[in-house]
Design a protein around this ligand. Structure first.
Ligand code: AMP
Length: 178
């Protein structure tokens, strides 16, 4: 039986702040078999769909977004936190537990009507992904779905992405027997 992908995720308590249980994907990235398997499982549900652009969310979304874009023959668009992109952007502000953050994509990254898959490592409250959906829609893109390696189900990120197809590979808390 192949080593479970779950074995590649390390729980780090109280990072980056007290009370956060950080899901560290770097052990998975160290193991080429696990990394390849994770990429294949992310690809599986979208392989047969027409996808023009992958929008990958800073920064761990870039790691999974890049191989998906190459496999699907799609362009790769970085979605970044405010002030990091050099060209004109669409910006969407979203609420954090304390304060706000802003996600940006380049204005020339997506043409009207293009079909877009959003990729990140992890879905928690859904704030980042839903802001990215809005930025893509502002650019005239059509959302095919949101693909993440890990979903933290208790934080109910799906409720912020109502009507959007969501694909996840690993989810926590674990089901009995996982
Ligand atoms: P959210 O906007 O709450 O869905 O948070 C998702 C973003 O924050 C993703 O880009 C994740 O990489 C990061 N993130 C949030 N919570 C965690 C966590 N517990 N472990 C690792 N990354 C996290």
């Amino acid at each position: 039986m192949p080593k479970s992908l779950y074995a590649g995720i390390r729980d780090v308590p109280d990072f980056p702040r007290p009370g956060i249980l950080f899901k560290d994907i770097t052990p998975l990235l160290l193991d080429p078999t696990l990394f390849r398997r994770a990429t294949q499982l992310l690809l599986e549900p979208v392989r047969s769909q027409q996808i023009d652009k992958i929008v990958a969310i800073e920064s761990r979304g870039f790691i999974f977004g890049a191989p998906l874009a190459m496999e699907l023959g799609a362009g790769l668009v970085p979605a970044r936190k405010k002030g990091k992109l050099p060209w004109k952007t669409h910006q969407v502000e979203y609420a954090l537990e304390y304060g706000t953050d802003t996600i940006e994509i380049h204005r020339d990254a997506i043409r009207r009507g293009e079909r877009v898959l959003i990729v990140d490592d992890l879905l928690a409250t859904g704030g980042t992904a839903s802001a990215t959906v809005q930025a893509v829609e502002r650019a005239g893109g059509v959302i095919v779905g949101v693909s993440v390696l890990i979903e933290l189900k208790d934080l109910d990120g799906r409720s912020k992405l109502d009507g959007t197809e969501i694909h996840t590979v690993l989810s926590y808390p674990l089901a009995p027997g996982e």
